[in-house]
Write a protein that binds this ligand. Sequence first.
Ligand code: UD1
Ligand code: CA
Length: 474
Amino acid sequence: MQTAAQPRMSDTHVVILAAGRGTRMKSADPKVLHRAAGFSLIEHVLRAADTIAPATTVVVVGHMADRVKETLGKRLGLAFAVQEVQLGTGHALLQAESHLAGKSGTVVLLSGDVPLLRPATLRALLETHTSRKAAATVLTARVDRPQGYGRIVREPASEAGRGRIAAIVEDRDTTPAEREIDEINSGIYAFALEPLFAALKSIGAANAQGEYYLPDLVKIYRDRGLAVETVILEDSREILGVNSRRELADVAAIMRATKNDELMASGVTLIDPGSAWIGPDVTIGADTIVHPNVYLEGRTRIGSGCEIHAGVRVIDSTIDDGVVINNYCVIAESHIASGARLGPFAHIRPQSDVGEGAHVGNFTELKKTTLGKGSKANHLSYLGDTTVGEKVNIGAGVITCNYDGVRKQQTVIEDGAFVGSDTQLIAPVTVGRGAYIGTGTTVRENVPPGALAVSAGKQRNIEGWVEKKRKQKP
Ligand code: UD1
Ligand code: CA
């Protein structure tokens, strides 16, 4: 049985620092809300944090706190701590104290502007921290250009290998010798909760920036004989921080290349990976071919053996196997069944469903419309709030007049119907099974199954009319 005295070591808490100004972004928006690969920077960090299933997640906000809180408000289970004045990273973490009071276990500290961190790295950090029973574990990396980062100062190397970490010295506070150190602080740590907040209060601000530096905890802990461990990253790109638009683009490019590499490894052809814009949550089946300048966003799922031609944009949609999407189609929140063909220039708006083997051709727009199996709407049509059955032929220029100025009305076109070109269907209206609508008909009333509907008047030909007109004096 667990008693109050036994700390539950499995408890992991996350604190994300996001109070800083982000001056170098030169933006009216908070830095952590800038987007890369379809998600805000802080959303990337939260997604990584979610993978370790923290008991508590605290975001420390300050600069434009309300904007950040409002944007993250939809996420459940987040707590916010406000750092009114940005006095440094040590001071920032201290603001989370009330949310963690009375809890035990480990605090993982992340930065809201370091979005490439992988779940596996977080697990490795926690694994080392827990197995070594450390008071603090620092994620570090060796880099070619350590300028700007805090340097990891180690004790002399022993026979057993690398010396233990002794301190972290911020770039601006380094001695010339320390400046040469190429091992840097990532700003990501695991801390045992128990000694943390008392120790944070003992950090001073006697440094080049007059700030309370969180990395100063390392020396404080070592002086007290507490265990401080390090985990050295394999790929230092993972801890790239975003401080400028340049770095935002760099980070987004890495995210995109990583996703594209995964897709290609799983059997997807990207004709030009450099111009394939595929969001992190998109899935694509093997043998699908993606042409240049294609955008696949949100929760889009694409089956296998599809071909997606240049200039297509798909948002939050499901596309089954063997679908061909010709150039410049836009598809949002819809389902396209296997073997269907779309475009070029088709617009599939939300809540549409294109059936198996159906065709939607150029300049055709669907909105809240179901197109049955094998049906075709190949040219210049608008179908809104419409249910089209199977094997229906929709001629060129057919328009559903679904809006009466007050509300949207439904059109139903049953199986096997033939709707002639340039027909207007004034909703609400139903065209029965197998009915035939003559070209240019304005359909105002339901058409019974098997009937022919025509509405145009009888054609008149006036012989010699043109000649007569020409002879008239101006
Ligand atoms: C920090 C580390 C440095 C490390 C580097 C890695 C310190 C003092 N230095 O430096 O050792 O190499 O990260 O990227 O920690 N923040 C607040 N409140 C504050 C100050 C900062 O919330 O008062 C937040 C920032 O919004 C940011 C994070 O803390 O998300 C890091 O702060 P930043 O000023 O960028 O620290 P660095 O100078 O990059
Ligand atoms: Ca930074």
